[in-house]
Write a protein that binds this ligand. Structure first.
Ligand SMILES: NC(=O)C1=CN([C@@H]2O[C@H](COP(=O)(O)OP(=O)(O)OC[C@H]3O[C@@H](n4cnc5c(N)ncnc54)[C@H](OP(=O)(O)O)[C@@H]3O)[C@@H](O)[C@H]2O)C=CC1
Ligand SMILES: O=C(CO)COP(=O)(O)O
Length: 329
């Protein structure tokens, strides 16, 4: 496969992935939409998000817009899940025919309830979707710290080819053919991260937080299977790996958002304070609707959804969860 790739989206994760792919030998064009960001990367090889902490490999060339995209086979899509559709339309669906699109956002689209690959399949039928997910903070990848992720494609052979292309000395993708399971794992873990953060923010203790993680893992398995993914996928990096990291680290934006909710702030107050992107805020009602449509019982997603709605307090939600009928594990 050609070693030339495009990365669309020059935010925290886009710049980190561009750097990782370049250190693995790819020649990378990074598409941003802010001239200052593009100039900083090109002129000083510095990651504007972490100027003192992370250098960007010099095989990354940043630019505004999508010039040159026609000549490359592989595109990493690294914009927030809710704008992926718009960005595909901005690039132009005809230009994506036959290309590999590696979807790196961890979210479900509001309104359509679609996974990222379903958006690609709807708009650009001839493109080949992949999903990259797993425990990976942008700052770690940007600093070339060791990171392992799951990379799913439509078949194992296609996934392996993509793994070979993107692997590097400190970035180790594992191949999977469970596109549905990997995409859902990445989106759903953000919902549980909000819940786990809220538990800590409300001072409910680590016992409660671990219970949420374990029962969330079981709930996630039920939902993933009902939606056509494999529960076995959840035993890997995209499932357990990312769930445990995002449900325990204040560095997770979703966890931090949940922490602030649990501590008493409202969604609006947190958003107004300029909080960083927390995809779970958008994916929670989608996950809840998908579960409802498919008859899957998801008490924890339901509780996080109600908390985001702001109509109930975390104390009431926890009392309700504790009062559910006793059952076996
Ligand atoms: N950060 C992380 O550690 C990780 C993030 N992810 C996932 O990656 C995705 C992106 O996250 P992250 O990079 O952190 O988010 P950021 O907010 O840091 O970056 C998002 C980027 O997308 C750009 N963007 C937003 N809207 C548009 C648009 N309509 N057209 C073109 N570009 C647009 C933004 O540009 P501008 O700044 O100009 O608004 C920004 O460069 C999320 O789904 C997240 O869950 C996955 C793993 C790790
Ligand atoms: O997905 C991530 C780590 O794998 C990043 O998590 P947050 O978006 O919650 O910061």
């Amino acid at each position: 496969m050609s070693k030339e790739i495009f990365v669309v989206g020059a935010g925290a994760w886009g710049v980190a992935l561009a750097h990782a792919a370049a250190t693995g030998g790819c020649s990378v064009t990074l598409c941003g939409r802010d001239q200052a960001v593009v100039d900083t990367i090109n002129n000083s090889n510095v990651n504007p998000q972490y100027p003192k902490l992370a250098q960007v490999d010099d095989k990354v060339q940043a630019q505004l817009g999508y010039d040159g995209i026609d000549g490359v086979k592989t595109i990493l899509m690294v914009v927030p899940a809710q704008v992926t559709r718009q960005v595909i339309l901005d690039i132009g669906v005809d230009r994506l025919a036959g290309k590999n699109i590696v979807l790196c956002a961890k979210g479900l689209e509001q309104g359509t309830l679609k996974r990222q690959s379903e958006i690609v399949r709807e708009l650009a039928q001839d493109a080949v979707p992949f999903s990259l997910s797993g425990p990976s903070f942008a700052i770690d990848v940007a600093q070339s710290k060791p990171t392992a992720v799951t990379l799913a494609g439509p078949s194992m052979d296609q996934a392996r080819e993509m793994v070979d292309l993107l692997a590097g000395p400190t970035f180790r993708p594992y191949s999977s053919d469970d596109l549905v399971g990997v995409e859902l794992a990445g989106a759903l873990k953000n919902i549980y991260a909000l819940g786990a953060g809220a538990v800590e923010g409300a001072g409910l203790g680590y016992s409660a937080r671990s219970s949420l993680i374990a029962r969330g893992f079981a709930e996630m398995g039920r939902l993933v299977e009902a939606l056509g993914g494999s529960a076995a996928t959840l035993n890997g990096l995209a499932g357990l790996g990312d769930l445990t990291m995002s449900c325990t680290a204040r560095e997770s934006r979703n966890y931090e958002f949940g922490y602030r909710l649990g501590a008493g702030e409202t969604v609006q107050q947190i958003l107004d304070s300029g909080a960083k992107l927390a995809e779970g805020v958008f994916s929670t009602p989608v996950g809840f609707n998908l579960a409802h449509q498919n008859g899957v019982d998801v008490p924890i997603i339901g509780a996080v959804n109600a908390l985001l709605d702001g109509k109930v307090t975390i104390d009431v939600l926890v009392s309700k969860l504790m009062a559910r009928p006793l059952r076996s594990e």
